[in-house]
Ligand binder design. Structure first.
Ligand code: NZQ
Ligand code: ZN
Length: 380
């Protein structure tokens, strides 16, 4: 087992009507609130009114930034940070999925500095302090509600990159599975795929003797295999929404990586290129890349794939295991080839160029430029 440090300061409020405590929680940080959210969903499903009631009850002074895009961009972060800075907000409240929460995380470290937020991603500056962040999660997928990561796109520099800092953990995250009932079928499926992919990235990290962490991974994937398809057939079922929401949080809050130095993250790194170039939703990018990556790594990782297959599918046949993952993603309704996700003609050389530009990499199973070419071929 590898050495590890366990740290997770996020307080999680999980279950029916937990939002009753939102106002009181915000009030502990102050009354000047920067409310950050996405495009339409929280207004059309009534959540906005619930949030406003909670904020009104504590006499909050609310500044809003809305319109955060899926696959969020750094320009929105800079614009929102300027509002927070001008008004000296005490706390940020992010209401939405991974895109909104990730944006709010970077806003929280950008407010105290005068520089464009992309400087953090370019390692031009290190955050020293952050405005406290409280989140209300509305989509089960990324795990951002209980971790220290954020992912942003910058179309000017042609990057979609992740950023990690202990300052990015939300102080509190509110997860009421009822709020995910309006998530459309496609994003529900992408969320299930994303949580499975997080387990796999952890599992293929360094530290193969971390047997307990392996078993956390198997358990979470088995939840997804069992309850994911059930949820796809019954999208308004609270218990199924709750099982998937809990699984998604646990898949990327550190638990699956104890005893490993890191996860692999090569698949995410490639998936981000498809999102950057063709605006493929994050989970859908992973269902294209994961089977292709496993086929690329088939020989190197046969023993790990076999152990995984034995524990989640009851088979040790490597090719069959890869087919079973691909089949699972297809059953959910996710694309498994680029041609199923992108309507325009794609240029493999362009994908390769942007992979090189982004220095697409993995922490453990290194990818060469030949690997880039081979994986693009499999994904087309
Ligand atoms: O903008 P609105 O109108 O809110 O609509 C959103 C958006 O169109 C909608 N939605 C969210 N909650 C809803 C809802 N619609 C109806 N009812 C609700 N309750 O869903 C759409 C997708 O939302 P988005 O936030 O983009 O999805 P997701 O949560 O999958 O987040 C994806 C982003 O997170 C990053 C991804 O790269 C991507 O940029 N990730 C962040 C990670 C992290 N911070 O740890 C790890 C992940 O691997 C991932 O990379
Ligand atoms: Zn992911």
């Amino acid at each position: 087992m590898e050495n590890f440090t366990a740290y997770n300061p996020t307080t999680l409020h999980f279950g029916r009507n937990v939002l009753n405590q939102l106002g009181i929680t915000i009030n502990r940080f102050g009354k000047k609130v920067l409310l950050v959210y996405g495009k339409n969903s929280i207004r059309s499903n009534g959540l906005y009114d619930i949030i406003k009631q909670q904020l009104d009850a504590i006499g909050a002074e609310v500044y809003e930034y809305s319109g955060i895009k899926s696959n969020p961009v750094v320009q929105d972060v800079d614009a929102a940070a300027a509002i927070g800075r001008e008004n000296s907000v005490d706390v940020i409240l992010a209401v939405g999925g991974g895109s909104v929460i990730d944006s709010a995380k970077i806003i929280s470290i950008a407010i105290p500095v005068e520089l464009p937020a992309w400087g953090f991603f370019e390692r031009k500056m290190i955050p020293r302090t952050a405005v406290p962040l409280v989140t209300v999660l509305t989509l089960a997928a990324t795990g951002t509600e209980m971790n220290q990561f954020a992912v942003l796109s910058n179309h000017e520099t042609e990057n979609k990159n992740g950023y990690g800092s202990a300052l990015l953990y939300p102080r509190h995250s509110f997860l009421d599975p009822q709020l995910t009932i309006t998530v459309p079928e496609n994003y529900t499926a992408y969320g299930i795929a994303d949580l499975v992919a997080h387990c796999l990235e952890a599992y293929f990290g360094k530290g193969e003797e971390a047997t307990l962490s392996d078993r956390f991974v198997f358990s979470i994937i088995r939840e997804a295999l069992e309850y994911g398809p059930a949820l796809m057939n019954d999208l308004t079922n609270y218990e199924l929404r709750a099982k998937i929401m809990f699984a998604a949080t646990m898949a990327l809050n550190g638990m699956t990586m104890f005893g490993r130095t890191s996860g692999d993250w090569g698949v995410h790194s490639i998936g981000h290129i498809l999102s950057l170039l063709y605006d493929v939703p994050h989970g859908a990018s992973l269902t294209i890349v994961y089977p292709a990556w496993m086929r690329l790594q088939r020989e190197n990782l046969a023993h790990r794939i076999r152990l995984l297959g034995k524990n989640v599918f009851g088979t040790e046949d490597v090719d069959l295991i890869i087919d079973r993952f691909e089949g699972f993603f297809s059953t959910l309704g996710c694309p498994v080839r680029i041609s199923q996700a992108v309507n325009e003609a794609v240029n493999p050389d362009e994908i390769f160029r942007v992979m090189v530009l982004n220095k697409v990499a993995a922490n453990v199973h290194k990818l060469t430029q030949d690997d880039y070419r081979r994986i693009i071929e499999i994904m087309l």
